[in-house]
Design a protein around this ligand. Structure first.
Ligand code: AMP
Length: 296
């Protein structure tokens, strides 16, 4: 495994590799480091499906708001490199912020799809712009055949699907991978390490609420506002919790589901973002109703 710290060096390495092997396929896994089993699952999937695997580690300042945790975001670099190696990465790209943020592609803002304004959008102004701009820069440098993203960050996945298609057409396939959870159901996240022992226990209320929301939405007996109220009831048992949202939305557009469509077969997303102490947690569950089998 090789660590590369500059974009021109990475481009040169990749173009030589492509020259040597005309059938080379590149799988790309962008991360912000503080890697865990969720990231590892993406790296392993990329390893399985490509001849060369590039992982990037870059805490992207553009996607943090002024009052967010950029400065304290964990950066355990040597542990991260060991995880990348263990899971089959060939190259770890660790760009140096000062020169990387001067790259030309960042001068032009990526056009965001409407769905970027839903769910987390209003609570983290500028966040998806920062994500989309940096992902476009990475994709332009690596030009992967496949890029791997985790459904844990569902809205980010949808933003990246749309913006990548707009910028690169079908040359880069965005592959969405399942959320990896702890045994008790908590979605793995680099931010979980901020939680105290009690907060870690309280955090389970989020997945409990989402599971209830999914079950009720699929039953189709209750309307959306009532289901949301019940989800809130579960999360509000956490002392001092702040709820950004607990919502049932259309999985593609992320628009709120109109009640009359709750009982139809449109794929749903049950998503939540809450703040416990100083830590913001997000999670989601997808739910698709099976179509009734047609009588022959
Ligand atoms: P991050 O380092 O948080 O920017 O995440 C890098 C990539 O790993 C993103 O595509 C995330 O969606 C994905 N990821 C983070 N946590 C998980 C998880 N628990 N399961 C699957 N993928 C994840």
């Amino acid at each position: 495994m090789k660590a590369i710290r500059s974009a021109p060096r990475l481009k040169q390495f990749l173009s030589e590799a492509r020259r040597r092997n005309k059938r080379l396929t590149v799988g790309f896994v962008p991360t912000m480091g503080a890697l865990h089993e969720g990231h590892a699952s993406l790296i392993r999937r990329a390893r399985k499906e490509n001849s060369l695997v590039v992982v990037s580690i870059f805490v992207n300042p553009l996607q943090f708001g002024p009052k967010e945790d950029f400065a304290r975001y964990p950066r355990p670099v040597s542990k991260d490199l060991a995880l990348c190696r263990r899971n089959g990465a060939d190259i770890v790209f660790l760009p140096e912020a000062r020169s990387f943020l001067k790259e030309k592609s960042l001068q032009k803002k990526t056009r965001l799809p409407e769905l970027a304004n839903k769910l987390c959008g209003p609570f983290r102004p500028g966040h998806f712009q920062g994500v989309a701009d940096i992902v476009k820069l990475f994709h332009g440098i690596v030009r992967p055949d496949r890029a791997y993203y985790g459904l844990k960050d569902y809205q980010q996945c949808r933003v990246i699907e749309e913006t990548t298609r707009a910028a690169f057409g079908k040359t880069i396939r965005v592959i969405l991978c399942p959320t990896v959870r702890e045994k008790d159901g908590l979605a793995m996240s680099s931010r979980n390490r901020y939680l105290s022992r009690q907060e870690r226990k309280d955090a389970l209320r989020l997945i409990e609420a989402l599971r209830l929301g999914r079950r009720l939405a699929l039953q189709g007996r209750l309307g959306h506002p009532e289901i949301e109220q019940r989800m809130r009831g579960i999360v509000l048992r956490i002392p001092g919790v702040r709820i950004d949202y607990l919502s049932i939305v259309h999985a593609k557009s992320l628009r709120k589901m109109v009640e009359s469509t709750l009982s139809n077969t449109a794929p749903l997303l049950v998503a939540g973002a809450i703040r416990i102490g100083g830590t913001r947690l997000i999670d989601n569950l997808l739910a698709a109703k099976r179509r009734k089998a047609r009588r022959l």
